[in-house]
Design a protein around this ligand. Structure first.
Ligand code: UDP
Length: 334
């Protein structure tokens, strides 16, 4: 079976959905600190899925897991992923994201499991020297989150040299959207991300949406990002895992759409798609936000044969479906 660490989280759970639809046997491992048990319950009802609650920082938890199940490969999502929090509490990020991953890799080696797909990030590039950013761009992170992911990339190279552990590192840009049937969705607590925050202000008009900075050196002064749909991203994970099975080669791929949208453009698109005015104010810049990040995805297209298909409008619609389904409210109030 295929182990999905962090399978109760946003990107992990949508990848599980994709893998279920492609007849994989899935084992989800999650400490539920950021993931949701309700998401796991939904996934358990959809296919051949098992769930074990545990923590990568606890070697015993992982060792038991590998002793109890016949694991053939790993897709490793479990991590803390908020830039601002990582600046305030770096130890949390280094211990969980690096030490936790070392525990996972050592356990894999002990149990002779040698294939892993890893969630890396465009935050490993830091302030871009050029755009679009390709995989050869220098990696020079500007926050502990980015450093923790870059460290793991290096560790994986070392484990390849030492033990022939093969890894595919997927460097995500911005991710958006939710399951098209509204069964699972983008669900962070607290929510800090752009599209969910705009939608929350659309649903609850007393909650003004804040644009963090309109004085950047970009087309309209707001930050430019590359928003890839989570279902397209999930598909890339499956293709990456199958590439690893086929080629048994360590490699790295950017995942985005190749197009940049400014915060203002995303906001305007939300107003258009939802056909309503949304309360908005311009605020100070948020710490640590580079002006412009978007990906060159030629490599993933060529080698993984991956093609992002869904539009920004579709991501907004499915996020709205999820937000307005009141599922999160119901769960929170239980
Ligand atoms: N952003 C914003 N208001 C919000 C949330 C985000 O203006 O309520 C901006 C943020 O400053 C950044 C972009 O939207 O330029 C994307 O932010 P997000 O947190 O979604 O993703 P990140 O780029 O930090 O991974």
């Amino acid at each position: 079976m295929l182990l999905i660490t962090g399978g109760a989280g946003y990107i992990g759970s949508h990848t599980v959905l994709n893998l279920i639809e492609n007849n994989y046997n899935i084992l989800i491992f999650d400490n539920l600190e950021n993931g949701h048990i309700e998401t796991v319950d939904t996934l358990l009802g959809l296919g051949n899925v098992k769930f074990v609650k545990g923590d990568l920082r606890n070697l015993k938890d992982i060792d038991n897991l590998f002793s109890s199940y016949n694991i053939q490969g790993v897709i490793h999502f479990a991590a803390f992923a908020l830039v601002e929090e990582s600046v305030k509490n770096p130890g949390k990020y280094y211990i969980n994201n690096i030490y936790g991953t070392i525990n996972l890799l050592d356990t894999m080696i002990r149990h002779d499991v040698k294939r892993i797909v890893f969630s890396s990030t465009c935050a490993t590039y830091g302030e871009p020297l050029y755009t679009p950013i390709d995989e050869k761009h220098i990696q020079n992170p500007i926050n502990p989150y980015g450093y923790s992911k870059l460290a793991v990339e290096h560790i994986m190279d070392d484990y390849d040299k030492a033990y022939e552990l093969k890894s595919i590192r997927l460097r995500y840009f911005n991710v958006a959207g939710s399951d098209e049937k509204g069964r699972i969705g983008e669900w962070h607590e607290p929510e800090t991300h752009l599209i969910p925050n705009i939608i929350k202000s659309a649903i609850n008009e007393s909650k003004t949406f804040n644009i963090f900075g309109a004085d950047y050196d970009t087309k309209d002064g707001t930050c430019v990002r590359d928003y890839v749909n989570v279902l397209d991203l999930a598909e890339a994970h499956r293709l990456a895992y199958e590439y690893l099975l086929r080629e048994n080669k360590t490699d790295v791929f950017n995942l985005g759409t190749g197009n940049g949208h400014s915060v203002k453009e995303v906001f305007d698109t939300c107003e258009k798609v939802l056909n309503q005015k949304i309360p908005v104010e311009i605020r100070e810049r948020r710490a640590g936000d580079p002006a412009k990040l978007y990906a060159d995805i030629t490599k993933a297209k060529t080698i993984l044969k991956w093609e992002p298909k869904r539009t920004l409008e579709e991501s907004i619609k499915t996020n709205y479906l999820w937000e307005s389904s009141s599922k999160q409210e119901e769960f929170i109030n239980v």
